[in-house]
Design a protein around this ligand. Structure first.
Ligand code: BES
Ligand code: ZN
Length: 373
């Protein structure tokens, strides 16, 4: 653990924005994590176990900023340099869909059977909790699956993004013709009611992982070449530990000033009593969100529902914190989404794969549209 004093010193030297005051853990404390439950909360140092007792069991959203304490400050510094607000480091989005005929054959190639097979593969791990001994196995399984899907197009690269824990995030990239990137994301870790409990995480969030995996498969098989930005598929680890994987990746992209035009996160896609696609409108880019709402009737058979999910509810929040335009697409409203998550009951049998397929259609539609940004 780097001390606050040392960090302040380093930041002074490198000219990075001032750190918010962070209370230090006692010098004897080991493995404490700095967790926040609101934008203004300076955070408290707690053990991994306390994440369960204080937050997860009470359904309180939190972010673990231990490894990425400067993400928000980096974004604020970037905005100040550009003399704009953080929210407006983004250009306009189109007024609606314009590439339906190009997307149609790709959408026809989507396979509901693949969605089901891969969801089973992920849910078969006893847990995908990022600290468990199963985490590296789930990472290897997913990496190998992404590589095999991407093989159809040798220009696609797949890499592991390592974190401070033993579960890398995985990033696949379909190269475009510019330096900018458009990202679709989902988290592949899961969590049960305790650190050692069964956690199939079928809906949360194997269902989102298989959506972006199947989208990658059809684009790879068609040797799809974006006219503009590269298309990236981000499979994050550690989401349930407090957005760990996505914060690390977004911290890296912000530090390297990667030109991220849009991030569309899919977390929970297979349980929808109202038969809708929900688009959340807090901690997101409203222009990107408005654009996505126009794609739902163009690319799916479902209606759009708008809801809010609160501070740090999923990985889109990390992209927003980094100052990148981000959005969050979900299966239904907060109240009507799967009641089984974070338990042994989040089983494949509760997942509606016809609904997951609708999210895959939406995602392919979005990627084709975004390939012209
Ligand atoms: N998929 C959930 C978020 C969610 C839950 C969205 C219910 C819509 C309906 C996500 O994986 C999650 O559990 N997030 C945590 C916060 C996270 C930072 C630990 C949460 O919502 O408590
Ligand atoms: Zn989730």
């Amino acid at each position: 653990m780097v001390s606050t004093t040392l960090l302040t010193l380093l930041l002074g030297v490198t000219g990075v924005f001032a750190l918010p005051p962070i209370p230090s853990p006692s010098s004897s404390a080991k493995d404490l994590r700095l967790c926040k439950t609101s934008p203004t909360d300076p955070g408290i140092w707690i053990t991994e176990e306390e994440k369960f007792t204080r937050f997860i069991s009470k359904k309180i959203n939190f972010v673990d900023i231990t490894d990425t304490p400067n993400l928000e400050a980096l974004a604020a510094e970037k905005a100040t340099n550009l003399q704009v607000s953080t929210a407006s480091i983004e250009s306009a989005f189109p007024s609606g869909p314009a590439h339906q005929s190009q997307a149609a054959p790709l959408i026809s190639a989507l396979s509901q059977a693949n969605l089901q097979t891969w969801t089973n593969g992920l849910a078969n791990f006893y847990t995908r909790y990022y600290k468990s001994s199963y985490a590296p196995q789930a990472a290897t399984w997913l990496y190998d699956t992404v590589v095999s899907v991407a093989k159809a197009n040798p220009t696609i690269t797949v890499r592991k993004f390592n974190h401070s824990y033993s579960m890398p995030s995985i990033i696949a990239k379909i190269p475009g013709t510019t330096n900018s990137v458009v990202v679709v994301s989902a988290h592949y870790d899961s969590v049960g009611s305790t650190a050692s409990g069964r956690a199939p995480g079928a809906d949360d969030d194997a269902s989102g992982v298989v959506v972006i995996l199947e989208a990658l498969r059809v684009l790879a098989a068609a040797k799809f070449k974006p006219s503009g930005p590269s298309l990236e598929f981000h499979f994050y680890s550690g989401e349930e530990g407090g957005l760990l994987g996505s914060r690390d990746v977004m911290n890296d992209y912000r530090t390297r000033n990667v030109d991220v035009l849009a991030v569309v996160n899919q977390d929970m896609t297979g349980y929808s009593p109202n038969n809708v696609i929900a688009i959340f409108d807090d901690y997101v880019s409203l222009p990107l969100t408005s654009f996505l709402k126009t794609l739902v009737p163009a690319y799916t058979q479902l209606k759009v529902l708008t809801d809010r999910c609160g501070y740090a509810c999923s990985d889109h929040a990390s992209a927003t914190a980094a100052g990148f335009p981000a959005a969050y697409v979900c299966e239904d409203s907060m109240n009507d989404s799967s009641p089984y998550i974070h338990s042994a009951q989040d089983a494949v049998s509760t997942v509606n794969f016809a609904h997951v397929l609708q999210h895959a259609k939406f995602t392919v539609g979005f990627l084709v549209e975004a390939s012209y940004f």
